[in-house]
Design a binder for this molecule. Structure first.
Ligand SMILES: NC(=O)c1ccc[n+]([C@@H]2O[C@H](COP(=O)([O-])OP(=O)(O)OC[C@H]3O[C@@H](n4cnc5c(N)ncnc54)[C@H](OP(=O)(O)O)[C@@H]3O)[C@@H](O)[C@H]2O)c1
Length: 334
């Protein structure tokens, strides 16, 4: 396949959010560096981290101007130096810089084959939402018969966590904006609560006979964080913190001693990949076994044209979306 010299790309021009992201049509097509492959992007995944980056709140995030997006799936069309695989023509999903574009370089060693029978679009989430959800459940020590509170349960990561937690035999209490409750219950959640309620912890206590939950998957932050701490079982309850969609929140050593006697665990999937590669390997192995067993089905996402990326991000920010969001630069290549 001939690779052109220029391409379309969504360029972030400031740190004022997706309003300052726009399509350019003359971006140079990146050349794959040593150990990299170049893919023709069939589908790019939108993540909450794309919003944080556009606002400059992502740790060590890119400085504008930059090509947005970091998750994509598509066909390998060029190989950098010393790449032994994947081969030209293979369909892979991976993480790198500049996914919201026609072409994107990916580290070859971390590019994962699109599962047999899946489209590229269906493979989105395989390296971000699914491993984050499974890592949160594993680090949180979820066991069959336990109860887990999952925030943003209708979102991309929350849906994956809900499906996995039910598979592992847990009782799931999801939270979501009211218009998304049917989606959460449809995934198998046992209960769903309004994520905007001001008495969330009280409602969770009511559902758990006054004791609270064994595990909280805490990605909401802001004022919800305090509810998450209060909703966890005293002494044995765990709170895995992996997102701050609603903003920063704090807890002090005094709180842990006198107010919230719970177990707090931080999770960042990028750091887990670097610092605990063996655990990441186990997580990916488990995910592929669950795919083979039919527990995890091909991913479903809402698709947008590449040019509509800023609109999709604005909807994500407004809490108006359900599930995974995808940009399709080359729908013909799915
Ligand atoms: N640490 C990691 O490695 C890692 C990896 C992946 C994702 N994450 C985190 O996991 C969370 C979910 O990510 P995602 O990409 O799957 O997004 P998502 O869940 O599809 O969308 C975010 C959802 O968060 C909920 N939310 C709660 N408070 C919010 C607020 N103040 N502003 C906006 N949304 C709010 C909204 O759901 P409702 O309106 O239904 O409540 C919204 O739809 C994010 O916090 C993200 O940063 C972390």
């Amino acid at each position: 396949m001939t690779v052109p010299a220029t391409m379309r790309a969504l360029r972030q021009h400031s740190l004022r959010g997706p309003q300052d992201m726009s399509l350019i049509t003359d971006a140079p097509v990146p050349r794959p560096g040593p150990g990299e492959v170049l893919i023709r992007v069939a589908a790019a995944g939108i993540n909450f981290a794309d919003l944080s980056k556009s606002h400059g709140t992502f740790r060590d995030g890119p400085q504008p101007p930059y090509t947005a997006g970091f998750e994509a799936a598509g066909e390998v069309v060029a190989l950098g130096e010393s790449v032994v695989g994947p081969a030209l023509g293979a369909r892979v999903v991976g993480i790198g810089d500049g996914a919201f574009a026609d072409y994107m370089p990916l580290p070859a060693a971390a590019a994962v084959p699109v599962p047999d029978g899946w489209t590229s679009q269906q493979a989105l989430g395989l390296l971000v939402n699914l491993p984050t959800a499974l890592a949160a459940l594993k680090l949180g020590g979820l066991a069959a018969g336990q109860t887990v509170l999952i925030h943003a349960a209708a979102g991309a990561t929350g849906q994956a966590a809900t499906i996995l937690a039910k598979h592992y035999g847990a009782t799931v209490i999801g939270t979501a904006s009211p218009g998304k409750h049917a989606t959460v219950l449809g995934l198998g959640a046992d209960h769903v609560l309004d994520s905007r309620a001001t008495d969330l912890a009280v409602q969770v206590k009511r559902l758990t006979g006054g004791t609270g939950v064994d595990l909280v998957l805490e990605s909401a932050g802001g004022s919800t964080f305090e509810h998450s701490l209060a909703a966890a079982k005293r002494v044995t309850g765990r709170v895995v913190v992996f997102g701050l969609a609603g903003g920063e929140a704090s807890i002090t050593n005094r709180d842990l001693v006198y107010k919230h006697q719970i177990q707090l665990i931080g999770l960042n999937i990028g750091v887990l990949i670097d610092a605990a590669p063996q655990l990441f390997g186990e997580i990916m192995g488990d995910l592929f076994a669950l795919i083979a067993a039919g527990v995890l089905k091909p991913g479903v996402s809402t698709a947008y044209d590449l040019a509509d990326g800023p609109k999709a991000l604005a909807e994500l920010e407004a809490r108006a979306t359900v599930g995974k969001l995808a940009l399709l630069p080359h729908p013909d290549a799915l």
